[in-house]
Design a protein around this ligand. Structure first.
Ligand SMILES: Cc1ncc(COP(=O)(O)O)c(C=O)c1O
Length: 416
């Protein structure tokens, strides 16, 4: 017998009418006929960002030209954007700056952290962490000329492996596949107990779940600007350095924007005394401006209410899939406990890539993570409860009708 869900599409329409956060959807441009479940990969375009880019291009760049560095204070944009990210991650305004990619920032912070722990030879991380985290750490170890090695262990072995060889523990707060959250305070405490530092990748948590770096006594963090923060494709990444480390933490890319006085044009490098030393080259003003405008949307929102809506949507998605897609080869990879996960949900399916291609062709945009994960971002700011219903009905249609078997869905896309 077909399992029905405990509520109907109309019930969910009613829930949307009662949703105190329903108004934020109007800020965004979601194309008609699309259910967008990939805001954890590329956040949607808001009217606000579109208007700001228009203004920066035509009025600031177009009219002020190079004068805009002073006239519009472009030079301090990394700090201003950092200050807007700070409350979303439990940091103080002067602990965050913005520039470069998450990959590059991981390299800078990990290299700097190793220099603070000179006698130690291990960087600990999780096996199956996001590839760029693993690759960058391997590169950092390579650059150490054999002094340091990377130990990537399964989650349940990791904390027990911390000892006095460990210089640095590098973890992604919400796992990019499963969404499983690391307990930040406990893991940080365990690292500190053996004298190691912590470096958190917040790419899948900032803007989706509450994050409190300072309450956890975290040392360092990075994260993407283009996911839940909606800064646009390739938006720059943020860097957090706890105030207590800023004076001593160096970084390997000694660019002029990290210099104490870039416009003195002196020959010798002298790092800025604060988090600015994490910068390297000229700030990318267009993409920083887009991120700046996108962050304004969070200014008056209660992040715990935003996170709670995301979790409601994840709960709804899981319960509808279990009611409507039972026996169709989907295996939940995400924790059921809402306190233990980010705002996306993943299922394994043996034909995952083709299933996602068929879903996208039918207006439901999620993504695929090899070898077999279909992943759905439940972005609280622009998703309605009814979108979740429609997405799961489409998923059911794709699976029961075996639409994913069509030859056009078999070829692997360059970006999945
Ligand atoms: C956890 C995590 N870290 C880093 C990145 C990407 O870093 P970058 O912006 O340097 O490509 C991603 C991208 O999806 C990610 O999921």
């Amino acid at each position: 017998m077909r399992r029905m869900s405990a509520f109907s599409r109309d019930d969910l329409l009613q829930r949307d009418r009662e949703d105190p956060l329903a108004f934020t959807r109007d800020w965004f441009q979601i194309p008609d006929g699309v259910v967008y479940l990939d805001g954890n990969s590329l956040g949607a375009l808001s009217q606000h960002v579109r208007a700001r880019l228009e203004e920066v291009i035509t009025a600031q760049w177009g009219q002020s030209l190079v004068r805009a560095w002073n006239a519009h204070d472009w030079i301090d944009l990394p700090a201003r954007v950092g200050a807007k990210i700070a409350p979303l991650i439990g940091a103080r305004a002067n602990e965050v700056t913005v520039g470069d990619s998450t990959s590059v920032n991981l390299f800078k912070l990990a290299s700097g952290a190793l220099a603070l722990r000179p006698g130690r030879s291990v960087i600990l991380t999780e096996a199956g962490n996001f590839p760029t985290d693993l690759y960058v750490l391997q590169g950092v170890a390579e650059a150490s000329g054999g002094r340091v090695r990377v130990q990537a262990l399964p989650r349940h072995d990791l904390i027990g492996a911390l000892n006095d060889e460990a210089a640095l523990l590098v973890l992604t707060h919400a796992h990019y596949k499963s969404a499983a959250l690391w307990p930040m305070a406990e893991a940080t405490q365990a690292a500190h107990a053996v004298g190691a530092l912590t470096l958190w990748d917040l790419s899948h948590s900032a803007g989706a779940v509450t994050v409190d770096l300072n309450a956890a006594q975290a040392d360092l963090a990075v994260g993407c600007g283009y996911k839940y923060l909606n800064g646009g494709p390739g938006a720059p990444s943020y860097v957090f350095v706890a105030a207590r480390h800023q004076e001593r933490l160096g970084q390997p890319i000694w660019g002029w924007m990290g210099h104490a006085a870039p416009f003195d044009f002196t020959d010798a490098y002298a790092p800025a005394p604060d988090v600015r030393r994490q910068l390297a080259g000229t700030p990318p003003i267009l993409s920083l401006s887009a991120l700046d405008a996108a962050l304004d949307l969070f200014a008056d929102l209660d992040m715990s209410a935003v996170a709670a809506k995301g979790q409601d949507l994840v709960d709804l998605f899981i319960s509808l899939v279990e009611a409507r897609c039972a026996g169709l080869d989907l295996h939940l990879m995400t924790p059921r406990d809402r306190a233990l996960r980010g705002s996306h949900v993943s299922f394994a399916h043996p034909q995952g890539h083709a299933v996602m291609q068929a879903l996208i062709a039918n207006g439901v945009i999620g993504d695929f993570r090899a070898p077999d994960i279909v992943r759905f971002g439940l972005t609280p700011l622009y998703l309605r409860h009814v979108d979740v219903w429609d997405a799961v009905e489409t998923l059911r249609h794709v699976l029961t009708g075996r639409l994913f078997e069509a030859p056009r869905f078999q070829a692997r896309q360059a970006v999945t």
